[in-house]
Structures are given as C-alpha cells and as structure tokens.
Design a protein around this ligand. Structure first.
Ligand code: 4NP
Length: 153
C-alpha cells in the first residue's frame, strides 16, 4: 500500500505524519507492506529538512523525521493509493491537480481519523508556539493508528 501525506510546506505537519506512521509500521512489523512519503502543495521549502521545532517535538516522543520537502505533483495520484491531507486548503489544492476525476476519491483528511481532537483540520503550527506542535503530534499519532485500523491492520 502506498500512502502520501500532504500539507502546505512539507516541513511541519506532513513530515510529522510520515515519521509517526513509519514509526508505527516499524513497531508493528509492517514496514515491508507500505511505501510512505510526504509532500507540500507549495514548493517554497523544497529540499529542506523538516522544521527544527517539529523535529524536536517528534524526537521528544522518540520519533525521527527523515523527510526532505518536495512539492505535490499530478503524478502523485498515479504513484499513491491514498493521499492524506492535513486541512481543507490542502484538499482543494490537491484536487486541482487531479487528471482522472475518479482519483479525487484517493484524497482523505487526516482529521477525519482524529475524533479525540474534536478538530476538522490538523492546524498549521508554523507561526505559533510549542502547543501547536504538540497538537500536531497528538493528532497525527491518533490518525496514524486509526488509518492502519481502517486499512485492516
Ligand atoms: P506545514 O507548515 O504546511 O505543516 O509544513 C507550514 C510551513 C511553512 C509555511 C506555512 C505552513 N510557510 O508559510 O512558509
């Protein structure tokens, strides 16, 4: 199964989701069953490592974030089975790049798998403080576990 996590800059939320999901796969012995990547709808941070604050908050939970930022492209709809977006604008921006209308069904919202958060989006932490980064970690952890359950693992 091929899963792509998407946010705006690909330096905070989607690298965290990718790292947490990879960590969970490792814990469950499922690494070989998945291909996992992340991307941003913007190219502004292309080539950069995840934001240092995001990496610190992940590392506090024993999780490393290995990703380098890249922009989401139309071809990702062919390369991946599931495109997991962090907020509504990510959803709309991915949808604009779809080449086959049926592929819109590949886009799912991470927050739909985070009922404990009571949020409809994973909030962008970039311009805020530590609490925002913790919130991201909480939500992507809950979401990663529930996505695995949804997919039968
Ligand atoms: P992300 O957060 O979409 O979770 O990676 C952001 C990173 C950078 C910017 C905005 C959001 N930015 O405006 O540069």
């Amino acid at each position: 199964m091929k899963v792509l996590f998407v946010c705006l800059g690909n330096i905070c939320r989607s690298p965290a989701a990718e790292g947490v999901f990879l960590h969970l796969l490792q814990q469950k012995g499922l690494t070989d069953s998945f291909q996992v990547d992340s991307a941003g709808t913007s190219s502004i941070h292309n080539g950069e490592r995840a934001d240092e604050r995001m990496r610190e908050h992940a590392l506090k939970r024993g999780i490393e974030l290995p990703s380098r930022a890249r922009q989401f492209v139309s071809k990702d709809f062919e390369r991946f089975d599931h495109i997991v977006v962090m907020d509504d604008s990510n959803f709309e921006n991915c949808k604009k790049l779809v080449m086959h209308v049926e592929d819109i069904g590949k886009i799912i919202k991470m927050a739909a798998f985070c009922p404990e958060s009571g949020q409809s989006e994973v909030p962008d932490p970039y311009y805020g403080g530590a609490a925002g980064f913790e919130k991201v970690m909480d939500m992507v952890t809950e979401g990663a576990e529930n996505l695995l359950k949804k997919w039968g693992y």
